[in-house]
Design a protein around this ligand. Structure first.
Ligand code: DAH
Length: 332
């Protein structure tokens, strides 16, 4: 029996050392210490042990029982500790790099445009996105019966408390008016921001997009200054090979008016791209804001930011810029 106890003790401790989960540990306890377990069956040999050896056999059996119980408790404690959150943390493991935000291609494009005009002496001006009809239309020589004011082409706002009809601005030209109302010439400003039109969304149209507006008012400002400014902008923004050209057009707030195209090279491909409108500020606009059109002249332009950004980064669909899909945004 003494031998059997010694065998049991060493085989039980060996198998215990291989156990790494709670259910195997419980199975081990049942197998060795349970009421029908190995220790119990070795104890069954007691009846065959000669009388004078019984005390020694009994003492050994007790020792083995205590050793195995203690070993079981110790293993149990170790396993519990190993699965605790603190034990799972390895402070020497390299950390995960924090997810870093990126600037949106519209933001970087707006900044690049404003930076170029900033170097040409244009200050940055701002205006609200919710505008009244005076700044979005009337002062810009767009009278009440003008088709551009049709409710289907504008996001008019309800719930006015002061009898003023408001809308989400359809153009940043509103900032021209606000600037001229607040400051006396000479003026040279650029204003960037969102504009809104109820267009059906497709690859090149969205109901919200961005424009950069420019305005220069002084004595003796001519069309040459306008063309030179656009040419300089084209080169600074798109490289020394870039060019700007103007095609006759019509806007109510400029006379004469033109569309602006720029010849730019992206990834080895040279193309003319229409980027906005421009012209000499209409005398009626100067009069509306109290500037003497006999003394002052000026030019204005409005550029589409999305077109420039899409060209610059090779973005094929305007909608991608507003879906906030991380797979798209991560590329910039
Ligand atoms: N506001 C015009 C538009 O949204 C763009 C524009 C054209 C702005 C001519 C100007 C300008 O300042 O002179 O279509």
């Amino acid at each position: 029996m003494i031998e059997a106890l010694a065998d049991l003790e060493s085989s039980a401790l060996d198998s215990l050392s291989l156990i790494h989960d709670a259910s195997a540990l419980e199975a081990w306890r049942v197998e060795h210490l349970g009421s029908k377990g190995a220790l119990k069956s070795v104890m069954g040999m007691m009846k065959d042990v000669p009388k004078e050896q019984k005390p020694l056999a009994g003492q050994r059996a007790n020792e083995v029982k205590q050793r195995l119980e203690a070993a079981f408790q110790e293993r149990k404690a170790n396993l519990e500790q190993a699965s605790s959150p603190a034990a799972l943390l390895d402070p020497t493991e390299p950390g995960l790099p924090p997810a870093r935000g990126r600037r949106h291609p519209i933001s970087t494009t707006v900044d690049a445009i404003l930076d170029v005009f900033g170097r040409m002496g244009f200050e940055v001006a701002h205006g609200p996105e919710v505008e009244d009809e005076w700044h979005n239309f009337n002062a810009l020589n767009i009278p009440a019966d003008h088709p551009a004011r049709d409710p289907v082409d504008n996001f008019y706002m309800g719930g006015s408390q002061d009898d003023v009809t408001r809308l989400l601005r359809t153009q940043t030209s509103t900032v021209q008016i606000r600037t001229m109302e607040a400051h006396k010439p000479p003026l040279r400003i650029v204003a960037a921001g969102r504009v809104y039109r109820p267009d059906t969304h497709d690859a090149t149209h969205y109901s919200m997009f961005h424009q950069v507006e420019g305005l220069c008012i002084d004595e003796g400002v001519s069309m040459v200054d306008l063309k030179t400014s656009l040419m300089q902008f084209a080169r600074a923004m798109f490289g020394p090979e870039a060019e700007a050209r103007m095609r006759p057009s019509f806007f109510p707030f400029t006379e004469p008016s033109a569309e602006v195209d720029m010849k730019i090279t992206v990834k080895g491909k040279t193309q003319w791209m229409e980027i906005g409108g421009c012209g000499m500020v209409d005398p009626a606009v100067l009069e509306a804001v109290g500037i003497d059109p006999e003394r002052y002249t000026g030019f204005a332009f409005g550029l589409g930011v999305e077109r420039i950004a899409m060209r610059r980064y090779g973005i094929a669909d305007i909608r991608w810029m507003y879906e906030n899909d991380a797979r798209f945004l991560d590329q910039f």
